[in-house]
Design a protein around this ligand. Structure first.
Ligand code: BGC
Length: 876
């Protein structure tokens, strides 16, 4: 068998170009080979003459985030890295992998010569906020060997060289805490340049930097008033010399044909003001209308390379229906609630104004725009009448399934004339699930779509209304699902850096990150349970799923400050029972206008999370070798747990607050410990769920825990009843209403088709989709039992009416998969264990079996007693 490792990858990145660390960690997989690695050898070649260095044979099975074995990379240095491995005691090594290529970005502040440049006219005042473009012409007189563009902006940018767009990313540089971290991207632009005259230009948009963002009309100029490009084009010539074209006072600026642009508002593009040759050296307009730029300041030490992928268009969706409305309006249904923007192709007379409006749902047959609040989500194209044009807005995104087009020049819309382009952080898809129940499959599909719609550079709550913020609680509960579906390690690691930056000196973790400073509704920022715990629970989760212990080190201090704050707030009682809390947010029992007023006491939740975060901090400390801290926080966690029991639980396991969330927390956060009390608590939880006819009675806090709590308490049948319930509130109710994403509220749309009257009614919020993690781990039965899926448990748990299920996950070591099917009284199971991993297979009524890498088949006879009653009927 010819073994060849897959190409080496770097950190958590999909591409090694422009990497921001000088000693990137290396990972590889052994696809298709049922093997365990005994040793590896890494070879690094660098420089023009291919200087190589080799580690020689290194004993060990590690394939993941292996330390850079050579001299660190210098800025701009490029290297090819390949690996070969020895496996299963074989004397000779595998083939070398194809080389993975890495190239450092600008690692030192002194590498930067570019300054922010933008319009010199006062374009910030109301009414004069028309975006600008900047550009510069330059000559290249020596043959070009390679060229890189390092670029970012105050605001958003899209670069062009010689009339051609650079890259295919959108909304770059994304949103970070700009004063401390502004991302730059690196592009290989060698092919864009030619000997002789060249032009580089940049479109600019307000974006998060100075656009209107946040609640109640929003805040403008969050980070500054300028709209500027920071670009450094470095051209290496064949003779080894370099030409640098960087933003400085030699650039010029002009008002853009984008006359208005905002992330919430949408974009207006006036083609009559557009010269398509504006970024080419041979444009007819020469320099009419272009004036010298203003040069601004930026501390270049704050420029950082990306840790994860950029936002890109990942799919195009055609309308499934087009209806004509009065006044010539067209109503388009894309059949899927998505996040992106429309691309239109039209041939319209000059001055034709085409207006595109967007909404997630219809009400009385018209776009329901009330849930968008102040996000007008309207794009406008004004035609110049020069023939067929294709246009798509640049610096905005909308959450929509429906669009209304007004002013279309022809009576009919040609197929293909309008397409919805789906945008999100371009993470690698890594997780799939399917089962015999179509409603559950649609639920899962909805979770995937809600993740896509809300992983837009940062993890947001919703993509459509005047919010779209990095709510900490939402991702805290959804991260386990997200980490299965997509490789989100780099993106979330980066966002957690911002969480640390935004943390207040006393340890308070803001409700959402980045913070909008001075935002009236959420100022002063107060500490809140479940939201602030993102600082401990999410790094731990990412470590479990991606096996990166450095990530734990990086975020340890943030988590520690958070737990220390709770410790101070609780004081000697160890009960956190003061201050503002969001509680079990959106418990269906809470009134539409007061989602924090659920049935579970907020301070029960606060102390439960305090204990759970302290316990996780202890685990983190242990993992990173901080033994004293590990001991300290374990002791604290034990004390908080016992204070919780004394205050909130009876000795027999019944809770003083008789709600599903109270029981789910007590059980899943290991707050009730004695087996007898746990049994009583689990039984009571099942009773409560059944008494409510297996309808949901939990919000953001209880919902992600509920099915696991029932499963582990021996009531998986009740968990299946909850999963398969279709009455409102339930996971499947929205599916029966035609939902194509996860809703914010259990009843965002009511059974009579009316919208929930609450001010927050989104149809694309991932938090309540956190149940998908249970689908993957329990229904399909694929679970990591050590960090990075080095060991896996396959444990199918048939139940409800589900008679088959399968899940596949691209683990850091390769593909892990399970597929099971119940045929009469036999459960047939096929599993795949990736190379480098081991697994246990646990079938009902059988002892666990250890599995080596490779594919395996097993079956078990199921006695009716081991199945839930509904399934026992089907199986026998
Ligand atoms: C957001 C949530 C968030 C919550 C907390 C909402 O407006 O959409 O998902 O966690 O506020 O208050």
């Amino acid at each position: 068998m010819r073994v060849q490792p897959a190409p080496v990858s770097f950190e958590h990145l999909r591409s090694g170009l422009g990497i921001g660390v000088s000693a990137p960690r290396l990972s590889w997989t052994l696809p298709g080979h049922p093997l365990i690695q005994d040793a590896y050898e890494l070879e690094i070649s660098r420089g023009r003459d291919g200087e190589t260095s080799c580690t020689g044979r290194v004993s060990g099975s590690e394939q993941r985030l292996v330390a850079w074995p050579g001299r660190p990379l210098a800025s701009r240095e490029r290297a090819g890295v390949r690996v070969r491995v020895w496996t299963d005691g074989a004397p000779s090594p595998s083939e070398w992998s194809e080389p993975g290529v890495v190239e450092a970005g600008l690692l030192e502040p002194c590498d930067w010569v570019a300054a922010p440049v933008g319009a010199a006219w006062p374009e910030d005042a109301e009414g004069t906020r028309r975006p600008s473009r900047v550009r510069r012409d330059f000559e290249l007189t020596r043959p070009i060997s390679r060229a890189r563009l390092y670029i970012t902006a105050h605001g958003l940018y899209e670069a062009e060289i010689n009339g051609v767009r650079v890259g295919d990313d959108a909304l770059s540089p994304g949103w970070t805490v700009y004063p401390q971290r502004l991302r730059y991207y690196t592009y290989d632009v060698t092919e864009r340049l030619s000997l002789g005259a060249n032009t580089i230009g940049g479109w600019l948009g307000d974006g998060w930097y100075r656009g209107k963002y946040g609640f109640d009309g929003g805040t403008r100029n969050i980070y500054g008033t300028d709209q500027s490009l920071i670009a450094q084009l470095e051209v290496v010539h064949d003779d080894g010399s370099t030409t640098v074209v960087a933003t400085d006072g030699t650039w010029s600026a002009a008002p853009s044909p984008i006359t208005e642009s905002g992330l919430y508002e949408g974009e207006i593009f006036d083609a009559r003001l557009h010269d398509p040759a504006w970024s080419t050296p041979d444009r007819p307009d020469a320099d009419a209308g272009w004036t010298a730029v203003a040069v601004r300041q930026r501390d270049v030490r704050t420029l950082v390379a990306p840790q994860g992928p950029a936002v890109r268009c990942t799919e195009e969706v055609a309308p499934v229906s087009i209806l004509r409305r009065d006044g010539g309006r067209l109503l388009l249904d894309f059949g899927q609630n998505l996040v992106g923007r429309l691309r239109i192709t039209l041939d319209a007379p000059a001055d034709t104004v085409v207006t595109l409006r967007h909404a997630e749902v219809l009400e009385h047959g018209e776009l329901a725009v009330r849930p968008l609040r102040e996000a007008s989500s309207t794009d406008v194209y004004v035609s110049d009448g020069t023939g067929p044009q294709t246009w798509e807005p640049r610096f905005t995104l909308h959450g929509f399934r429906y669009a209304e087009i007004d002013g279309w020049p022809t009576a009919q819309l040609d197929p293909g004339a309008v397409v919805a382009r789906v945008y999100h952080t371009d993470m690698r898809r890594t997780g799939w699930f399917e089962c015999s129940d179509p409603l559950v499959n649609r639920l899962h599909e909805n979770v995937v779509w809600s993740m896509r719609g809300n992983f837009v550079d940062l993890p947001t709550d919703c993509p459509q209304r005047d919010e779209r913020l990095g709510w900490t609680g939402d991702i805290q509960v959804f991260a386990p699902t997200a980490a299965f579906l997509y490789d989100c390690a780099g993106m979330l690691d980066s966002w957690l850096v911002d969480v640390g930056i935004e943390q207040l000196p006393d340890g308070t973790v803001p409700w959402y990150v980045p913070v909008i400073p001075g935002e009236p509704m959420w100022t002063p920022i107060q500490p809140g349970a479940a939201w602030g715990d993102v600082s401990t629970l999410t790094p731990w989760l990412l470590y479990q799923r991606f096996g990166d212990a450095d990530l734990l080190r990086r975020h340890f201090e943030t988590g520690k400050k958070w737990v220390d704050l709770m410790d101070r707030l609780a004081g000697p009682t160890r009960l956190w029972d003061t201050g503002f809390q969001l509680g079990d947010w959106l418990d269906p029992a809470a009134p539409p206008d007061d989602p924090a007023s659920g049935r579970t006491d907020k301070y029960l939740i606060a102390t439960a999370y305090f204990a759970w975060s302290a316990r996780h901090l202890a685990r983190i400390a242990q993992t990173i070798g901080e033994d004293l801290q590990a001991h300290r926080y374990k002791t604290l966690a034990d004390q908080v747990a016992s204070a919780f029991r004394a205050r909130w639980a009876h000795p027999d396991g019944l809770m003083r607050v008789d709600s599903p969330t109270a029981y789910a927390l007590a059980l899943q956060f290991e707050l009730i410990t004695s087996p007898a009390a746990r049994k009583r608590a689990g039984d009571r939880l099942a009773e409560l769920v059944l008494a409510d006819d297996a309808k949901i009675a939990t919000g953001f806090v209880g919902t992600p825990l509920l099915c696991d709590a029932l499963t582990e308490a021996g009531h998986i049948d009740v968990a299946y009843s909850l999963l398969l319930q279709t009455q409102c509130p339930s996971w499947l109710y929205p599916v029966t209403q035609g939902a194509t994403t996860i809703w914010e509220r259990w009843d965002s749309m009511r059974p009579d088709g009316s919208l929930n009257p609450g001010g927050m009614t989104s149809f694309n919020h991932y938090a309540l989709g956190a149940v998908a993690d249970w689908l993957h781990r329990v229904v399909a039965g694929l679970e990591a039992t050590s960090p990075g899926y080095r060991t896996i448990r396959f444990r199918p748990r048939p139940g409800g009416r589900i008679i088959s299920a399968k899940a596949r996950h691209e683990t850091p070591y390769g593909t892990a998969a399970i597929s099971w099917e119940l045929v009469a009284d036999t459960l047939n199971v096929d599993v795949t264990v990736p190379a480098g991993c081991t697994a246990e297979l646990e079938l009902p009524g059988q002892d666990p079996v250890s599995l080596a890498p490779g594919t395996h088949h097993a079956s078990a006879r199921i006695s009716a007693g081991t199945l839930s009653p509904a399934l026992a009927g089907e199986a026998c």
